[in-house]
Design a protein around this ligand. Structure first.
Ligand code: PHE
Length: 343
């Protein structure tokens, strides 16, 4: 009897190790152990040789063995007919995973990338700077000394514990930081978030985004400024868009201008976006003021340059038909996921 027991245990071990990775192997298992000429049949056949007094016990052993074999076969059959390999009969590695929602780029990022990439093609290099800035880099170096009335143009948030620090009101601080490095010529494009103490409404917010550009070299003229911005406008708004410059004032540029493009919504006919004027203001610009160059230890007799700055929110609102600036910062997924198709 012990002999039979040992034999059956050895078969069990063999069966457990029999490969069962796919349906073919499971079928091989069936033929070998459960088939008409299989192992089970031949063992059962040996019952007739067992002495009568041992028949009962041997019968029990063989029944138990038969059950083991059939169960093993069933188990393997179900896992392989699902077409998968199972590990320890539990984890099914071949089932498709749960779908993860794919994020999308924020419309401000999309617009920022679009603007920046046009200037990158002209050789402008991206740089960034701090959002919490000192007075000098946000105002002083930009020819806006303390008590200068032009500071009122930009309502500033000061750091309560130390009012010599503030939240930058424009990304012009990056212009100063780049010029201070003293590596010339400079051709840079500076995107980033800026802060102004303005009442939050559908049209204005206390923080928004800008892209500023700076070009400093010998013999840079207003003609270079115009040509660069013409290129930008054609790339951004299309070949048929017209451009006009209006004289303006910024303490850090002289002369200064504001640039308008013919309304790309109504084509200049007059609509709500252009307030019936046919023109949309898109940026401020000018030749870098000699005082600003001197403040950054650049010789204004040798070098000249131009700078420009534009907001990102407004062009993004126009492009995507967004009528409330607050949507950009509310992070409502229903809003954000609408931009998923555009990379
Ligand atoms: N810094 C200006 C602003 O925030 C924009 C600007 C940049 C104007 C460079 C002229 C030159 O409004």
């Amino acid at each position: 009897m012990q002999e039979l027991l040992n034999k059956l245990e050895a078969y069990k071990k063999e069966m457990a190790e029999f490969p069962a990775a796919d349906e073919k192997q499971v079928e091989e298992f069936r033929i070998k152990y459960l088939g008409t000429k299989g192992l089970l049949k031949s063992i059962m056949g040996e019952m007739k040789n067992v002495p009568v007094e041992q028949k009962k016990e041997a019968g029990q052993l063989l029944n138990e063995f038969k059950q083991f074999t059939e169960e093993l076969y069933e188990k393997r059959k179900t896992s392989s007919s699902n077409g998968e390999e199972k590990i320890a009969g539990e984890t099914d590695l071949s089932l498709p995973g749960e779908e993860l929602p794919i994020g999308s780029r924020h419309p401000i990022t999309l617009m920022r990338n679009r603007i920046v990439s046009i200037f990158q093609r002209l050789g402008f290099a991206v740089a960034e700077g701090p959002e919490i800035e000192d007075d000098w880099h946000n105002f002083g170096a930009l020819n806006l000394p303390e008590h200068h009335p032009a500071r009122d143009m930009q309502d500033t948030f000061y750091v309560q514990q130390n009012p010599s620090f503030l939240l930058r009101t424009h990304t012009s601080n990056v212009q100063i930081r780049e010029m201070e490095k003293g590596v010339l010529p400079i051709r840079g494009i500076y995107p980033g978030r800026v802060y102004r103490n303005e009442t939050v409404s559908a049209r204005s917010h206390c923080f928004f985004h800008q892209v500023e550009g700076l070009y400093i070299d010998e013999n840079v003229s207003f003609a270079d400024l115009k040509q660069t911005l013409y290129f930008f406008v054609k790339e951004m708004y299309g070949k048929d868009v017209k451009v006009r410059f209006r004289p303006s004032y910024f303490p850090f540029t002289e002369p200064s201008a504001e640039m308008d493009v013919s309304c790309f919504i109504c084509g200049g006919e007059g609509c709500n976006v252009c307030k019936k004027t046919g023109w949309v203001e898109i940026l401020g610009c000018g030749m870098v003021h000699p005082n600003v160059l001197s403040n950054c230890n650049i010789d204004p007799n040798k070098y000249t340059g131009f700078a420009f700055g534009m907001g990102i929110e407004r062009p993004a609102m126009l492009k995507y038909g967004i009528n409330d600036i607050r949507l950009f910062s509310e992070n409502d997924v229903r809003f954000l996921k609408q931009f998923s198709s555009s990379i």
